[in-house]
Write a protein that binds this ligand. Structure first.
Ligand code: GUN
Ligand code: ZN
Length: 444
């Protein structure tokens, strides 16, 4: 049996905060502790109480005065785009053709895929993200690289090979049958192995023929416990192109609805230009709209209308969308989310931001029993945040008067420098020696 006592200021959410000061929505303990036993949370609460339940001589990781939260969760990004962040100038369709469909071809090479997968996981960890939902490339070997790198680090990761059989270079196209067969084989190999979760991933309506959509429909029906992910309504040219390819559909959302893809396992990236009818369809089916603020600003795509999602009762989550997204940091992502909503006269409270990065995103994935909050029996995925991680923050923190002040400073000014430590299933990951495919490096 292995045990670790993690000591610091605890913050974990119980419910979605209803307002700027909804103190009933979270639990905080000034001198708190999490007792980790064999990778799971065995006890959580006051240090004085929790420490009594630990074995004599238990190792104590004392992180006071830092904040201890559940590991952060990113619900949409692209692992093969790790080296394509900051590609200049283009909007979505031109950006895909000019940069992304070139970059993703490199993932036919297993060595390259393994190297980037390792660096990708370490980037997530150094930013405090312990679970993410990623698209791999069309190549099954990219999925093997992705889940192998996650398994080596013990991470709970969701992902899958993109299915795409048109409107892309030859080297990135599968066929309806090949996309089905490869996905089926990868689900058999990875889904439920250790902490791996497979996501059936038709890239978007533009790159899948109706025949491929039918195959995706079959996969979803055969594997109802797998997540499903695609892109929806990100850019006006994209919407016009997608709907022209499916003239029978009422609108873009209806394309996916017609193939039975909209369930509470579905994650729909972007969802910027949806009508009330479309958002209502998401609400009825439980499908989740994924808000990707840095990406939506970077590609000039548009502004996610959170209030309309809330008003119509549709679920939404937050994500980086690397590599259209410009940062692996969920803190930086929430900073941009705040601004995107502000531009529309909407407010995102600091409590809601931290709820979204943790329990909110876990609920969007249906994984709230395992991750997203500090509760007994959960997996011990934990992040330690230093609110004075940068000198300007240290100065600003001197005037902070409340927890919400502190959280807002963290979200507005913070980045990976504020991540003092991150634990995956109770193992400290920052500062360890990480072996990647090509070299050993000190993880930042
Ligand atoms: N739509 C289809 N593929 C992609 C992608 O890789 N990134 C973004 N932002 N949108 C997409
Ligand atoms: Zn995306």
């Amino acid at each position: 049996m292995s045990e670790l006592l993690i000591r610091g200021r605890l913050l974990t959410f119980i419910e979605e905060p209803k307002g700027i000061d909804d103190t009933a929505s979270y639990l905080t303990v000034d001198d708190g502790a999490v007792l980790v036993r064999d990778g799971k949370i065995a006890a959580v609460g006051d240090y004085a109480e929790v420490s009594k339940g630990a074995s004599a001589g238990v190792e104590v990781a004392d992180h006071r005065p830092h904040l201890i939260l559940p590991g952060l969760i990113d619900t949409h990004l692209h692992f093969p785009q790790t080296q394509a962040i900051a590609s200049y100038g283009a909007q979505l369709l031109e950006w895909l053709n000019t940069y992304i469909f070139v970059e993703e071809q490199k993932f036919a090479e297993p060595e390259h895929a393994a190297f980037i997968a390792g660096r990708f996981m370490d980037e997530l960890l150094s930013n405090g993200t312990t679970t993410a939902v990623a698209y791999c490339s069309v190549h099954p070997q990219s999925v093997d690289a992705y889940f192998t790198a996650a398994e080596q680090r013990g991470m709970l990761m969701v992902g899958g090979k993109v299915m795409m059989d048109r409107n892309a270079p030859d080297a990135l196209r599968d066929t309806p049958q090949k996309g089905y067969d490869e996905t089926k084989r990868l689900i058999g190999k990875w889904h439920g192995r250790g902490r791996a979760h497979y996501a059936i991933s038709p890239r978007f309506a533009i790159t899948s023929t109706p025949e491929q959509m039918e195959m995706a429909q079959a996969l979803v029906a055969e594997h109802p416990d797998c997540h499903v992910q695609t892109h929806l309504s990100e850019n006006k040219d994209e919407i016009a192109f997608a709907t022209s390819l499916y003239p029978q559909a009422k609108d873009y959302t209806d394309i996916y609805a017609r193939y039975g893809l909209l369930t509470d396992k579905m994650l729909l990236g972007h969802c910027i230009y949806l009508s009330d009818r479309e958002i209502s369809v998401l609400a009825e089916t439980g499908a989740v709209g994924v808000f990707c603020p840095t990406s939506n600003l970077f590609l000039g795509s548009g502004l996610f209308d959170r209030d309309r999602f809330d008003k119509l009762g549709a679920r939404w989550s937050v994500a980086t969308d690397v590599g259209a997204g410009t940062s692996f940091s969920m803190l930086e992502t929430m900073d941009e989310a705040y601004k995107v909503l502000h531009l529309q006269g909407q407010r995102l409270s600091p409590l809601n931001s931290f709820y979204r990065m943790t329990l909110g995103n876990a609920r969007a994935l249906g994984l709230q029993d395992r991750i997203g909050s500090l509760h007994v029996g959960a997996d011990a995925d934990i992040v330690v945040l230093d609110s004075s991680g940068k000198s300007a923050m240290e100065l600003r923190m001197r005037t902070a008067k409340s927890l919400t002040d502190e959280l807002f400073i963290l979200q507005t000014m913070g980045d990976d420098r504020c991540v003092a430590q991150v634990y995956v299933a109770g193992k400290a990951m920052k500062g360890r020696k990480a072996v990647t495919a090509k070299r050993t490096l000190e993880v930042a």
